[in-house]
Design a protein around this ligand. Structure first.
Ligand SMILES: [Zn+2]
Length: 138
C-alpha cells in the first residue's frame, strides 16, 4: 500500500516571506506602493502599476468579495479528503485579487453567489505556514 500523497505547501522566498509571516500572525499583509498609493499582489520588488520601488508591507482588512470560483471534483494529490472544494478568486476590499479556498460553508453553487461578502481566516498548517482562506462574512 502506498502512503497518501501530501499536500504541497508554499516555500517562502525573500520576496514572499513578509506575506507568510503576516499569515502566521493571522494578518493579511500585502505590499503597498507609496508612490501611487495602491496595494498590489503578488509580492514583487516594484509596483506593477507605476513601477516605483517605494513599497512597503501593510495589513489589509481581510474583507473582500467572491469574484468567481471553480468547484473541484477531481482532487489534486493530497486534497482527496477535502472534496468538494472551491478554488476561488477573491477581490479584496482594498482592490487586489487573491486565489484562495472558501471554507466554513457547504460548498455548493447555491452557497457561493458571485459578489458574496467574505472575510479571511487562517489555516495553521504547520509551524511556519498558515494559509489565508475565506469564509462568508459574519
Ligand atoms: Zn505605484
Amino acid at each position: 500500500m502506498t502512503s497518501p500523497a501530501r499536500k504541497q505547501l508554499p516555500t517562502p522566498t525573500p520576496e514572499t516571506a513578509p506575506y507568510w509571516e503576516g499569515a502566521k500572525a493571522h494578518e493579511l499583509r500585502l505590499q503597498h506602493c507609496n508612490d501611487c498609493d495602491k496595494p498590489f499582489f503578488y509580492p514583487r520588488i516594484f509596483c506593477p502599476i507605476c513601477l516605483g520601488d517605494n513599497v512597503e508591507w501593510k495589513a489589509m482588512s481581510g474583507k473582500g468579495t467572491l469574484l468567481t470560483y471553480v468547484l473541484s471534483a477531481r482532487p489534486a494529490p493530497g486534497f482527496e479528503e477535502e472534496l468538494p472544494y472551491a478554488i476561488a478568486i477573491v477581490k479584496l476590499d482594498e482592490g487586489p485579487h487573491l486565489m484562495s479556498n472558501i471554507v466554513e460553508t457547504e460548498i455548493t453553487p447555491e452557497n457561493l453567489p458571485a459578489g458574496m461578502a467574505l472575510e479571511v481566516v487562517f489555516d495553521d498548517v504547520n509551524e511556519t505556514i498558515s494559509l489565508p482562506k475565506f469564509r462568508p462574512a459574519s
